[in-house]
Design a protein around this ligand. Structure first.
Ligand code: TMP
Length: 218
């Protein structure tokens, strides 16, 4: 059985990546590719509990950056072993809404935790599950923030991460652009400002080209 592709989506809150995750999954399924869609933090029963703790639990107001880092990695370690690795081994294409690049960017750059610690923990959490393609949906921080604030939540509240100041999100957006520059063979920067249809078409072209390259290597 040929190992499946691991495709991850990254970007600031409000950049439109979750819409693109759904659209890509729908396109792949339509052409008969088995697909698993998941997200971070979360995706497993343990991970969803960690997600709640990280984003919404009242106790999380007192969370230190170090604890935050370890909780994201714990959720990831569980997700990789429980869902991602078995799916890839089974030939499924896995699409993950955020993965280890989020930790590099948010905890490493925006929270300023030591990058070598973040890198080591990322490696420990993912093992062999390195993405084949990572899309960074790039949107300027002000537009992304405005979109994020318009998003309706049942309680109308922002989560803990969304309460960070604008400057935090500027660091996030810039760090993603840097990442794309440093790893151009894996990380594709996509302009998130055109219509969702245009963004979808650009992403699809990149995925098709990746699939064609893989097939030519058989
Ligand atoms: P989202 O699923 O709505 O994008 O929320 C996840 C939040 O967690 C978002 O603010 C980004 C943040 N995050 C990190 O800070 N580090 C990580 O490793 C991951 C996966 C997410």
């Amino acid at each position: 059985m040929r190992r499946g592709l691991l495709i991850t989506f990254e970007g600031s809150e409000g950049c439109g990546k979750s819409t693109q995750v759904e659209r890509l999954a729908a396109r792949l399924k339509k052409q008969g590719t088995p697909v698993l869609v998941t997200r971070e933090p979360g995706g497993t029963a343990i991970g969803e509990q960690i997600r709640h703790l990280l984003k919404f639990a009242p106790e999380s107001a007192a969370m230190t950056p170090e604890t935050e880092l370890l909780l994201f990695e714990a959720s990831r370690a569980q997700l990789v072993r429980e869902l991602i690795e078995p799916a890839l081994a089974n030939g499924q294409t896995v699409i993950c809404d955020r993965f280890f690049d989020s930790t590099t960017v948010y905890q490493g750059v925006a929270r300023r935790l030591p990058s070598e610690v973040v890198e080591q923990l990322n490696r420990f959490a993912v093992g062999n599950a390195i993405p084949d393609i990572t899309f960074v949906v790039d949107l300027d921080a002000a537009t992304a923030r405005a979109r994020m604030l318009r998003r309706v939540r049942p309680a109308g509240n922002r989560d803990r991460m969304e309460q960070e100041p604008q400057e935090f999100y500027e660091r996030v957006a810039e760090a993603y652009r840097e990442l794309a520059k440093h790893e151009p063979q894996r990380v594709i920067l996509i302009d998130g400002s055109p219509s969702a249809d245009q963004v979808e078409a650009e992403i699809w072209a990149a995925v098709e080209s990746k699939i064609a390259t893989r097939e030519s290597q058989i």
